[in-house]
Ligand binder design. Sequence first.
Ligand code: PMP
Length: 308
Amino acid sequence: MATFNIWMNGRLVPQEQAVLPVNSAAVFYATNVFEGIRSYWSERDGEMYSFRLADHFARLRESMKMMRFTVPYSDDQLFEAVRTVVTGNELREDIHMHCVAYVGAPGLDATTQTGLYINPRKRPRVMEGNGLKCNVSSWTRTSDNAIPIRLKSGSNYQNGRLATLQSRADGYDQPIFLNRLGKVAEGSGATFFMVRKGRIVTPHSSSDILESITRTTLIEYICPQVLGMEVVERDIDRTELYVAEEAFFCGSGYEITPILSIDRFPLGAGDTVGPLTKRISSAYLDLVRGVDTRHPEWRTPTYKPVHV
Ligand code: PMP
């Protein structure tokens, strides 16, 4: 697979030069915070659109604040860094990138001063076939007072890793986490939505979930304005999962990924994607690529130079 150059602390470098010291907290404890961002190639516009960059940078800053990291770059500098990644690698295809702030860069205070890198990569879709076979994990989502999932640090993702490995060992594709109260939280790296009694439902933001940017896009725009349906944000019980008509994960990386069964209970017809999931998925892909031209402020052009 082709490898791309990585933007690291101010310049593009080949992958083999983008290294972290083995004795840094960043390597040993995964003391970092990050964002997973997608950029979409639009053939029609000859442009790469990075989706909701400003919101990703705002969330990165919130994670940095909680970790007491100092913020080494302004938003303008971060926008420029993403542009450099896209133009410097001549990217004209859909790309996923990790934007990572970490401690332990040479020459910086190892407790708080952060280095930053942006690593573009191809990211295949999460599923094969029509959708995912999920299980309710026996691992509990880490709680806000222990290892907060709202804080997007690489270290926090060991919770998702344990659950995902268990799911695979048990013959499923992906886990669904319950939180410490036994209510549905989310997937390992994605937000959970279901359709129940004709309504679109998702756990509320105090359910030990990441405050997902895709979730907000669905709640504030796609469901009410494209489908004409409000999203209900509430507690979801485990047993509701088994009788839901439809379910899906969403996220920058997952986009809209249908779930076909949970603990082997088929949802809806069981082997096909439900009608609302289909409509939400195509509305989302239209939006991120600019086929739906509303909300241009969410699509940062990162290919053509902005200043003529
Ligand atoms: N939950 C977790 C734990 C995640 O890692 C992600 C992916 N960032 C999401 C939800 C979805 O968030 P977003 O829509 O902002 O990508």
